[in-house]
Design a protein around this ligand. Structure first.
Ligand code: DC
Length: 226
């Protein structure tokens, strides 16, 4: 495995990106980077500090100030905010509801993108998000765009949430995911679109293992990226 390889996985909420990215990272001995968790960390901090989600300047200042650290190893992923483990806290329905308001602020994005690029500078990452192939790592060695029907994505999210102790109806999740898709696809800066050179995989009727098999066919293990 070339240590320089970075792999970008983008796609809408609930398409299975994190499950696949974690497993792929473990198989290829790369570092998993969940970029959505970083926007969630800013959102959590905004909730805790009663920041107005319509105040772009306040959100941007907050994003600059906070210390975020990601830890990945052997399929495990953790994130800390100013030293506190917030891996669970960032998955709350409240954070999920507000996060796209934070992710659409251009100055917040600039800060997060810069942090993400630094994490990938030495290569060796599997990074998942919305703008990885288009903006964060335009030279990634492999780029994937993972999709699935909204019903399949909502059903997966429901299962995830129930495993974390949150009971949310399927209908409510479909509405919420549709709203988040619209926000992510229509925002002015770095909207969710497949990179021109990304390989699109529809995961609706595939297991994570089947998605990974498809991806591995396209990953040049001796490949390189700048
Ligand atoms: O993948 P997720 O659900 O944890 O992402 C949370 C939010 O952050 C979602 O609204 C999309 C946004 N996001 C983004 O704009 N860019 C990224 N690279 C990752 C996530």
């Amino acid at each position: 495995m070339n240590p320089k390889l970075n792999i970008a996985i983008d796609g809408p909420a609930g398409a299975g990106k994190s499950t696949v990215a974690k497993q792929l990272a473990r198989r290829l001995k790369l570092t998993y980077v969940d970029t959505g968790s970083m926007y969630r960390a800013v959102t959590l901090q905004a909730l805790r500090s009663n920041t107005d989600f319509n105040n772009a300047d306040a959100l941007a200042q907050l994003a600059v100030k906070i210390k975020i650290a990601l830890f990945s190893g052997d399929g495990d992923f953790r994130i800390t905010l100013d030293g506190e483990d917030i891996t669970q806290a960032i998955r709350s329905p409240e954070v999920s509801r507000q996060v796209s308001l934070v992710a659409k602020v251009p100055a917040v994005r600039t800060n997060m993108v810069h942090r993400q690029q630094l994490m990938a500078v030495a290569g060796g990452t599997v990074m998942d998000g919305r703008d990885i192939g288009t903006r964060v790592l335009p030279n990634a060695g492999a780029k994937f765009f993972l999709t699935a029907t909204i019903e399949a994505r909502a059903a997966r999210r429901k299962l995830d949430l129930s495993q974390q102790g949150y009971q949310v109806s399927l209908a409510a999740l479909i509405t919420e995911i549709a709203a988040r898709d619209a926000q992510d696809q229509n925002r002015a800066v770095d909207p969710l679109v497949p990179a021109a050179d990304a390989i699109t995989i529809d995961s609706t009727n595939l297991t994570a293992g089947q998605v990974i098999k498809q991806m591995e066919k396209h990953i040049n293990v001796t490949g390189n990226d700048a």
